[in-house]
Design a protein around this ligand. Structure first.
Ligand code: URA
Ligand code: SF4
Length: 184
């Protein structure tokens, strides 16, 4: 574990701990407020993120921004990262060996940010962070507290592109998060 962002960011440069290093264009480390009370964790970079080196800048990201706007949450206030930092080919789900190889970077990011709340965006984030026994359909919209951090699982923004009711539920879940943040 690194105690500074500089050391952590340096340690990931040219990472080749898993096979995703072979096909990536850019490592998508994470972005946002490094002292955020709220952190969001996605799955992994897509094509746009791979090209630009930033998380959630493609279609799903733009939809997430709209949802943030709708409830008055500013993207600059939160910290956003992914389970894997390199794009899985053809946007397939990250495989277990890849998620495991990459997990220490994410753990270190969580330790440095020290968020009060973590929003888990979709099934891949939920299962890799809280355990394979969790399913997103049953878990979304409900708080799960572990080791002093409050987790809120919700839909992955890409799922909202296909389903209007999920959009409503996503906003509902984010509102719960905002209420909790405002209590503190
Ligand atoms: N989907 C993700 O899970 N993460 C991103 O950064 C972009 C799309
Ligand atoms: Fe390294 Fe993570 Fe990229 Fe794999 S996904 S090469 S572990 S940074």
């Amino acid at each position: 574990m690194y105690e500074t962002w500089e050391e952590l960011e340096k340690s990931i440069e040219n990472c080749n701990k898993c096979k995703l290093c072979k096909t990536r264009q850019n490592i998508v480390f994470g972005t946002g407020n490094k002292n955020a009370k709220l952190m969001l964790i996605g799955e992994g970079p897509g094509a746009d993120e791979d090209r630009l080196g930033e998380p959630f800048v493609g279609r799903a990201g733009k939809l997430m921004d709209l949802a943030f706007e709708a409830i008055g949450l500013k993207r600059e206030e939160v910290y956003i990262a992914n389970i894997v930092k390199c794009r899985p080919p053809a946007n397939r789900n990250p495989e277990d060996d890849e998620a495991m190889a990459c997990m220490n970077y994410l753990r270190n990011q969580v330790i440095l940010v020290k968020p009060e709340i973590i929003v888990l965006l979709g099934s891949v984030a939920l299962k890799n962070i809280l355990g394979k026994e969790y399913g997103i359909t049953a878990s979304r919209g409900k708080w799960i507290e572990k080791k002093g951090i409050k987790y809120m699982p919700t839909w992955h923004p890409a799922a909202l592109l296909r389903d209007e009711t999920k959009k409503i539920e996503f906003i509902k879940d984010l509102k719960l998060v905002l209420e909790e943040l405002n209590k503190q």
